[in-house]
Design a protein. Structure first.
Length: 149
């Protein structure tokens, strides 16, 4: 008789543990916010990354509340984000992304080299003061996944 009670107690404990484990797993999945940083230095990829990759990423995770996203722009690609030469569709999509919480970083080294100021860039950019590559590493050290389309 004791053996039967022992097994019954173990089965109930195991079932309770599985329920608790399952509930915890669902709770953490529902509240998980992914972090991602996009590295962009190729002029040819600017429109596609902004209008497609980043936008679809946000949609794919269920909306902006489920992702912390950053864009780090350096090198020749930065010129594509100047008021004077920006593609209208891309600029509109970039503003939409920024309004959804996407952090826009402009490499300060590239800005100096190309004589670009923050006023020259589309709204929302902040300087990556120590350089774009340093900012990429900082974000990765804070748990951001690195994507370079």
């Amino acid at each position: 008789m004791e053996r039967r009670n022992f097994f019954r107690t173990m089965m109930l404990a195991a079932a309770s543990g599985a329920t608790i484990f399952s509930a915890r797993g669902k709770a953490s999945a529902a509240t998980h916010v992914s972090k991602v940083v996009y590295h962009l230095d190729d002029v040819a990829k600017v429109n596609f990354v902004v209008e497609n990759n980043m936008t679809q990423h946000i949609t794919g995770v269920g909306g902006p509340k489920n992702v912390k996203m950053a864009l780090v722009v350096l090198g020749p690609a930065l010129a594509s984000f100047k008021w004077s030469g920006a593609d209208a569709g891309m600029a509109g999509k970039l503003q939409e992304l920024h309004s959804q919480g996407v952090e826009l970083n402009a490499c300060s080294n590239t800005m100096k080299k190309m004589n670009i100021t923050l006023k020259d860039l589309l709204p929302g950019f902040i300087p990556a003061v120590n350089g774009g590559n340093v900012r990429l590493v900082e974000l990765q050290n804070h748990g951001y996944a690195y994507l370079r389309p």
